[in-house]
Write a protein that binds this ligand. Structure first.
Ligand SMILES: [Zn+2]
Length: 335
């Protein structure tokens, strides 16, 4: 491999920069992409054999790194360019803004993406649609799709899932490139890679949240307990009628959501306050003892909620319990 080392480095370094500009004669993206040979979710569109080095990794080279790139162009432009024999660059995977994935070089072969022969031989290269300097290209769908590739290859080749081994092109020794740049959220990406991502969606509605809380005039307002969430909270006597206080949420997708409630606790508050959750299977009621465990988020359970902007959680006054029913804050989190 030493005989091709220098030319490869020079070509990769010279041509990887701004290949969108160099991309002139468009090659059509094959309409009938085959299944990826190494990674199930990907389509397979092989790069020109002029654009990578045949190898038998990990027999001849260990795979120790994943290198994250930005195309400086569209998904299609990268797929076209890597098929062009004059490109002299390639990557194993290309990921689109919408989360589509195309494999173009076998993982066992050496793609030319890092501008550093040693790193090329030891890495998997992933190109991402978009431009380093522009907002809006690194989408949730892209992060999810890319992290799934990284989970696959790190598992296959025993690559540690840390930032010493999952690196940006800018972190390759000698790199003159800046991709993926400051808009790439490494913290979030590594959480996805490691399966420690925080839940993707959460919304809190307090009784003071504009446009998202409704209650009849029978509900009073209090600042009495310092365990309250926000400025104040609402309270009402129990009655044999629902007259609920409602919390309206803008729920992004029909999915499972954790429902948590916050209320101040006092001995004079209700020992069986009915929280009503509008699930896809109808309203469900969960009784909460508001005489204890106040001043923190308390989980009512996980429920399937439909997408839409509607009153998803309520506090009913209809209870056989004694004491004021309290409506303070509610939080939904997608799980
Ligand atoms: Zn790059």
């Amino acid at each position: 491999m030493s005989s091709v080392r220098s030319p490869l480095i020079r070509r990769a370094a010279a041509l990887a920069s701004g290949f969108a500009l160099a991309f002139g004669a468009a090659l059509a993206v094959p309409t009938a992409a085959h299944a990826s040979p190494d990674y199930g979710p990907a389509a397979w569109v092989p790069a020109s054999t002029s654009n990578y080095t045949d190898a038998s990794r990990e027999t001849d080279y260990n795979i120790n790194y994943v290198v994250i790139h930005t195309i400086q162009g569209s998904y299609t432009s990268a797929i076209n360019w890597f098929q062009n024999p004059s490109a002299q660059v390639s990557a194993h995977y290309v990921v689109s803004k919408t989360g589509a994935v195309t494999q173009m070089v076998r993982e066992s072969d050496i793609a030319w993406h890092a501008g550093n022969w040693t790193y090329n031989t030891q890495s998997i290269g992933i190109e991402h649609e978009g431009y380093v300097e522009q907002d809006g290209w690194y989408t949730e769908e892209m992060y999810q799709a890319s992290a799934a590739i990284v989970r696959s290859v790190t598992s296959k080749y025993g690559i540690p899932r840390d930032r010493a081994h999952i690196i940006g092109h800018n972190e390759v020794p000698g790199a003159t490139h800046t991709d993926p740049g400051s808009k790439w959220n490494w913290t979030y990406f590594m959480q996805l890679v490691n399966g420690t991502t925080p839940p993707s969606w959460s919304q809190t509605v307090d009784n003071t949240t504009a446009g998202r809380f409704t209650a009849s005039a029978s509900w009073g307002t209090s600042t009495y307990s310092t365990q309250r969430y926000g400025a104040d909270y609402r309270y009402a006597d129990p009655v044999a009628a629902s007259d609920p206080a409602w919390y309206k949420f803008n729920i992004p997708a029909t999915a499972s959501y954790k429902v948590e409630v916050w209320y101040p606790a006092l001995p004079g508050y209700n020992n069986s306050t009915p929280y009503v959750i509008a699930t896809t299977g109808g309203n469900q009621s969960v009784a909460v003892n508001q005489q204890a465990t106040g001043g923190s988020w308390r989980t009512l359970g996980t429920f399937t909620l439909a997408a839409g902007d509607y009153n998803a959680v309520g506090v009913s006054r209809w209870t056989s319990g004694t004491g004021y029913v309290i409506a303070d804050a509610v939080r939904l989190t997608r799980v």
